[in-house]
Design a protein around this ligand. Structure first.
Ligand SMILES: [Zn+2]
Length: 286
């Protein structure tokens, strides 16, 4: 190869590495917020402009590439990780815009991705205080395999909003999360409160949906709650039984339903702090 050409290629390569390095502040979404940087919204963790590659590498264990196939549909079509992340980010971004007047969510951002968790057999999902929402790809495969009568698109909405509810807990310095982190209780209360919050956010995001369509879509929540509940009541990571998870999500949904008319008339706008408070009160008394 021509020597000048080699030098140009070498220059371009080092320049792009330099540009990427200069662009990469190495900060997690939570660190960016603390530093007063104006990032907001949910982004694919592989989007270099919004999610630091260095912070991603340090915080997402066993990240899964964007082109991995999550599910093949009977008609031959398929969905890859990247497509699913678009859907996940859409759900979070529409929730952030629903809560736009809420001071706890202002200038907040999250980075989303898929990963593989060795210690789990069916997959897991994590919502990290650093600002990452990550999903074991097998968990999505498991949900795609649920029978039709247990599944609506809200199976995924519920899962994503449950994980996003944990971010709202972090952003509001939630007392029940602190108790769990300080080992004063297991994870049941903050987990069921996240289910309740997810139910509330689902209703808040779909205020115009007629009661009949809402009831049909809500079947997906039932499917997810049943599939994701557990009976390990004394375990540190107990999430609530299937019946408790569904009851908590239903309570959250009804909480917003009761205010529906006044929200639509612009007379009231519940904040994430209001929702978490009501959900914590419900879960701790049940
Ligand atoms: Zn959870």
């Amino acid at each position: 190869m021509n020597k000048a050409l080699v030098m140009i290629i070498a220059f371009l390569f080092s320049f792009s590495a330099f540009a990427l390095g200069a662009l990469d502040d190495g900060l997690t979404p939570a660190q960016r917020y603390s530093a007063g940087l104006m990032f907001s919204g949910a982004h694919d963790s592989q989007e270099l402009l919004y999610c630091s590659p260095a912070a991603r590498a340090a915080n997402i264990p066993k990240a899964i590439d964007n082109e991995v196939v999550l599910h093949v549909f009977p008609n031959g079509g398929s969905i890859v990780v990247k497509d699913q992340l678009v859907q996940i980010n859409k759900i979070i971004n529409s929730t952030l815009s629903t809560l736009s007047s809420d001071s706890a969510v202002k200038n907040r951002s999250v980075c989303t991705g898929f990963y593989f968790e060795e210690s789990s057999h069916v997959g897991n999902a994590l919502s990290m205080g650093e600002g990452y929402l990550i999903f074991d790809y097998r968990l999505f495969q498991f949900l795609y395999a649920l029978p039709d009568e247990k599944r609506s698109s809200w199976v995924y909405e519920f899962l994503v909003l449950h994980e996003f509810a944990h971010q709202l807990q972090y952003w509001n310095n939630d007392i029940e999360v602190s108790k769990t982190l300080n080992r004063l209780q297991n994870s049941r209360t903050p987990e069921l409160a996240a289910d309740c919050t997810a139910g509330a956010l689902l209703r808040l995001n779909n205020l115009n949906l007629s009661p009949i369509l809402y009831a049909v879509s809500f079947r997906g929540v039932q499917g997810a709650a049943e599939a994701l509940g557990d009976y390990k009541k004394t375990a540190d990571d107990h999430h609530g039984t299937p019946a408790e998870r569904l009851a908590a999500a239903t309570y959250g949904s009804q909480l917003i339903q009761q205010m529906r008319v006044s929200i639509l008339m612009g007379l009231t706008q519940p904040t994430s702090s209001d929702i978490l408070k009501s959900c914590n009160a419900y879960v701790t008394s049940h």
